[in-house]
Design a protein around this ligand. Sequence first.
Ligand code: TXA
Ligand code: MG
Length: 308
Amino acid sequence: MPDLSRYIDLIKKGNVVAFPTETVYGLGADAWNPTAIQKIFSIKGRPSDNPLIVHVSEEDQVHEFSDHIPNSAHTLIEEFWPGPLSLVLPKKTTVLDAVTAGLDTVAIRMPDHDIALELISNAGPLVAPSANKSGRPSPTRAEHVLVDFGEEFPVIDGKATKVGLESTVLDLTGDQPEILRPGSISRKEIEDILGYSVHESFFQHTDRPKSPGQKYSHYKPKAKVRWLEAEEKPKDQDCLYLLLTSDNPGSVNIVDFNNDLDQLAREIYDRFRQADLEGFSTVVIEDFQDMKHPIIPALLNRVQKAIG
Ligand code: TXA
Ligand code: MG
């Protein structure tokens, strides 16, 4: 565990600090400090109507933000926290508008990462969007944060994150739970624990999605992103190929994932950023939709947004 005292101090003084979680790096600020939260929006260039997720280190801290915690939330917290599941709950009136972008709900999660938990238990609950400039791929390494925000930016290095895609966002404020953003905790896992079915709304195209984040362009490298065509051979030197299997894995512009979709999820944002650093015009991804794996809806959602 690195020494966190400098970062704890920065946050307590109303500054913004980037830190690792199990999903992606977050840009953390004190959830009760409106000036610090404004800094997040301006540093990221984030639209002001896109709410933030509150990160806690103890279940009790949820009560600071919501006093309507349904049984389903208790069941899911018991099973999945700490972990990549953000729960949308009715907010207390005291929760800052800057956190919820004026909505009457608040998203909360407990990250599964020692550094994140230690930081939160010393600096208090933190709001933390992904630590990238708005629209860019989320950061999965400390270096990515420095590329977006400059070499001097305070970031706690926790090496590469283990999941690589942002948390599942689950709305518990309606009649039936609804997945607003797919993540590594799948619909089936949630349904198995709750014992009933949940909705998904992230594939609907609407100007007013329940999760404002879904209407913005996201996760995009500068390079174009497209699917590998049927029968296409990976031979264009200008393309970075992300393939499930390859006959020619030694080639510098081919990444062979050996059919491991967890690895593809873990690395996809890093590969998007690699394409930009190395000047590839296009990232070409082999279609994985015929495979069976719980990460597929989340991965597909990110690829489709990157293709945009
Ligand atoms: O894994 C993660 O969730 C990462 C790490 C750092 O924890 N954080 C993250 O935050 O991805 P961000 O701000 O990049 O994405 C938050 C998403 C957005 O799509 C936002 O619209 C949605 O969560 N969201 C936040 N609060 C909400 C609310 N009250 N109702 C509906 N959607 C909400
Ligand atoms: Mg984000």
